[in-house]
Design a protein around this ligand. Sequence first.
Ligand code: NAP
Length: 284
Amino acid sequence: MAKIISGKEVSAFLNQKTADEVKLLNDKGIAVSLAVIIVGDDPASKVYVNNKKKACEKLGIVSFEYALPENTTQQELLDLINELNNRNDVNGILCQLPLPPHLDEESLINAISPEKDVDCFHPVNVGRLYTGTGKLKPCTPAGVMEMLKYYDIDIQGKNCVVIGRSNIVGKPMAALLTAQNGTVTLCHSKTKNLIEHTRKADILVAAVGKPKFVVKDMVKEDAVVIDVGIHRMENGKLCGDVDFDEVESVAGYISPVPGGVGPMTIAELMENTVTAAKIQNQVI
Ligand code: NAP
């Protein structure tokens, strides 16, 4: 039976560190703050924004919410981002995605000051990630790295296989594993004989966006399996991209859904907000 990689436990550990850092900064007269912009009434986005607000409250981070109507224009959003870029009392800016279709996400992300881009989506921060010079980290993949570190899982020289090449998860995941000296294979929907790659993985990260996609036969014995996926099943329960019940019997370590990568993403966002505050106050 695989050992469980608990995102609940690792995120609690990371959140405690973040709360301690916020307190240290507050003691120096520095407040830490995050501005969250949400446009429209998408229920899932509202839940995510609410969770981020709650996390801020718990850790002593000030949060500002900008809940804007569905018909907000591109220019109105650009003006708001510009105002937040220039405000000294705002350290991090996050624009909850997806935005309504009439808005151009890319140009809005590019308008956020790289120093306040706590999602690490701005091309400057993506470039810094690849050159190893970035201080802000892509939240979900950074959460996976933190989980591996917490459980003392060595990455150096290991065959790491990532399924999925999205800009938010797969690509930055491959970059972070490479930076830690993993030998990385990045798979996607055009990959031929996927199973031949996954069966060689010492560390397998599933970010494919398909429920229970990774089954037992695809996994090498004793591999570390990290499940980034999150899906609501017909019975109302959550599941990941990995068939947990099958794969648990062959893997060495496995992260569950829920209680795996999910809580790590918000914990990393909070850490990034503190990092942004440190950068802006030149205490890093
Ligand atoms: P995405 O943008 O839909 O990307 C999915 C990737 O999987 C694509 O690169 C796609 O390849 C690849 N893929 C699709 N079918 C495949 C197949 N049959 N074989 C191999 N590769 C295949 O998804 P995402 O945003 O990266 O998210 C992935 C999952 O993680 C989703 O379930 C999402 O809900 C979850 N997620 C969780 C968190 C969290 O905090 N836990 C955060 C973000 C995302 P192509 O590029 O060729 O199309």
